[in-house]
Design a protein around this ligand. Structure first.
Ligand code: Q9C
Ligand code: ZN
Length: 336
């Protein structure tokens, strides 16, 4: 299996996030990528596919904002990294406002996802890894792995959040559709609901979304990921959320995965994109499931039994020391 990573993805270094009433040290560090590289390396550098695959998913004004936000923040004399403090919750509309604080409010939804000097560079190369993995499937490969860091599944068409800036899984799925795939399924097994991916494809009948995650009644991102969110318009029925309680262990998790995989099989996609987060790990510092390292192999094996060409896109996982082992175990279970 080809595996993709670009060294420039290490440059992004978010300092802090607003968490439970305080600024805390940010957990989405380059050490995560180092751990994965040490466990499965060496990885290949992706080619540069340019802006087109990003523009196929994201709003052009949003991409321009992401590219320039840090410079504008500095030019306005602000300290540290760019982060919002006011969000348009009611009657949200794309007002074209000049102040960087207003733009941050327009294009984000939380205070956990700062923009620094190198954020755009790292997010851009993470997205290129996802395109490279999609290209491999298009060329006939059965498997590809994109070490996307920063992650992507919380980012929507025109917003960042949840440590995510560009939706790498959506970019891979859309790239496959535009390369001729009739149907693509996205299976999200990160601990958190992939609200950005869900939102991007919510009204689409050609990209299905199935997600297993901590129940948003108690877990981030709270407002999306509930079982009654089934898609709309042409996408009605093509969105399936399987929320699980705190403490979910491997037997219970595999039961829900069975249900999610059965749904994907019925849907008969040409390709599968897996948003893989290892934050379901028992020792993850910000999550509450109870999966142990060897059990990631069984998760990979169940996904392999779908017998679909599969691109794995990295999402979360914050127990950095164990992260590489958890990813390697999952990929071994998935097989070639
Ligand atoms: N400071 C991923 O796993 N934490 N994102 C809530 C806000 C947000 C996790 C506290 C967790 C996002 C890709
Ligand atoms: Zn997560």
């Amino acid at each position: 299996m080809k595996t993709y990573f670009d060294e420039r993805q290490r440059l992004h270094h978010p300092q802090r996030e607003m968490h439970n009433g305080d600024w805390t040290a940010h957990v989405e560090t380059h050490v995560r990528a180092d751990s994965i590289c040490a466990a499965i390396g060496p990885l290949d550098r992706p080619a540069d596919y340019g802006m087109a695959p990003l523009l196929a998913v994201h709003d052009a004004a949003y991409l321009e904002f992401l590219k320039t936000a840090f410079a504008e923040w500095r030019a306005a004399g602000r300290p540290g990294e760019a982060i919002g403090y006011s969000w348009p919750v009611v009657r949200r509309r794309p007002l074209d406002l000049d102040r960087i604080e207003a733009k941050l409010g327009r294009f984000s939804y939380d205070a956990g996802t700062p923009i620094g000097e190198e954020t755009w560079t790292s997010a851009y190369w993470a997205a290129q890894c996802a395109v490279a993995a999609a290209e491999d499937l298009h060329a006939g490969a059965r498997r590809a792995f994109a070490l996307c860091r920063p992650p992507g599944h919380h980012a929507g068409r025109d917003y960042l959040g949840g440590y995510c800036y560009l939706n790498n899984a959506a970019i891979a799925a859309e790239h496959l559709i535009r390369s001729g795939s009739r149907r693509v399924a996205v299976l999200d097994v990160d601990y958190h609901h992939g609200n950005g991916t869900q939102d991007i494809f919510y009204a689409r009948g050609d990209v299905g979304f199935v997600s297993l995650h901590g129940d948003p009644r108690t877990e981030y991102p709270f407002f999306w990921g509930h079982a009654d969110e089934r898609g709309e318009g042409g996408g009605t029925g093509a969105n399936l959320n399987l929320p699980l309680p705190r403490g979910t262990d491997a037997p219970r998790y595999l039961g829900a995965l069975e249900q999610g995989c059965a749904e994907i099989s019925r849907w008969e996609p040409d390709h599968l994109v897996v948003s893989f987060g290892a934050d379901t790990f028992a020792e993850d510092p910000i999550s509450n499931f109870a999966i142990r390292t060897p059990e990631f192999a069984a998760i990979g094996a169940r996904i392999a039994a779908l017998d679909l060409p599969t691109a794995v896109v990295m999402e979360g996982g914050y127990a950095s020391e164990a992260l590489g082992r958890n990813v390697a175990t999952f990929l071994n279970g998935l097989g070639e």
